[in-house]
Ligand binder design. Sequence first.
Ligand SMILES: [Zn+2]
Length: 248
Amino acid sequence: MPGPEPRTPGTLDVRTDPALWSFLARERRRARATVPWDGDATLGHVVQSLGIPLTEVGALRLDGRPAAPQDRPVPGVEVAILPVDRPQEVPGATGFLLDVGLGTLARRLRVLGIDAAYRNDAADAELVRDGAAQHRIVLTQDRGLLMRRALWAGAHVRGDRPDDQLADVLDRFAPPLAPSTRCTACNGDLAPAPPEEVAGELKAGTRRTYAEFARCRSCGRVYWQGAHAEGLERIVGAARAVVRRRRP
Ligand SMILES: [Zn+2]
C-alpha cells in the first residue's frame, strides 16, 4: 500500500474554510495550500501571517485535532482554519466600539438600540485601549488593528455599503434589538419626555404633528415618535429578519 505523499520539510499543509478566503492572498484562495514555515512560529502566528486575524477564527486543528493559537505545529502537519460561529457569543461584552470609517454603521446600530460607541478621530491605539477598558467589541475593516495584542475583542466588518455592514454585524452577533431607545447622535439612552417639557425646543409643525417625545439622557437632544417612520420600519424589519435567522 502506498504511504502518505512525501512532504517538504519546513512547510505546512493549510486548509482554510471558504468563509475566510477573502483574507488570503489570491493564490492561496483554495481549499488546500502549502505555506512555508520557519520551524518556530506558533499556529496563531502562522494564521495571522496568512492575513487572517485571530478574531475571525473560531477553531484551529492540527491533523484533525483541536489546537490553540499558542501551539507549535510540526513540519508536514495539516492545519485547518475555521471561521467563528454565528451567532458569536462574546461573554462580558458591553457593546461595540466602531473604527473611524464606520460612522454610518454606528448610527444604524443606534437606531436599533444597539450600544455603538464611535468617535471620528480615534487613533488605532485608543480604540484598542478603550475597547479593552470598556469591554467593547471593536468593529473595523482594518486587519492590522484586529491583530494588535492588546485587543480585548474585535470583529472584521464585511461590506462596503452600510446596509451590508449592518447585515453582517447583525448576522454575526444577533444582538437584542430595542429600536428608538438610543440617541443616534451620541449613543446615549433616551427617556420619555412630556410634550410640555420639550415644546419650547420644537418647531410648531413638529409640535402639532407628534404626541410622543423622548430626550437623550446624555446630550439632551429631543426625539419624536413617527419621524422618518417608513425608513425606520424598513431598517428595523430587515434587522429583525437577520437576527431571527440566527436565533429562531
Ligand atoms: Zn445624545
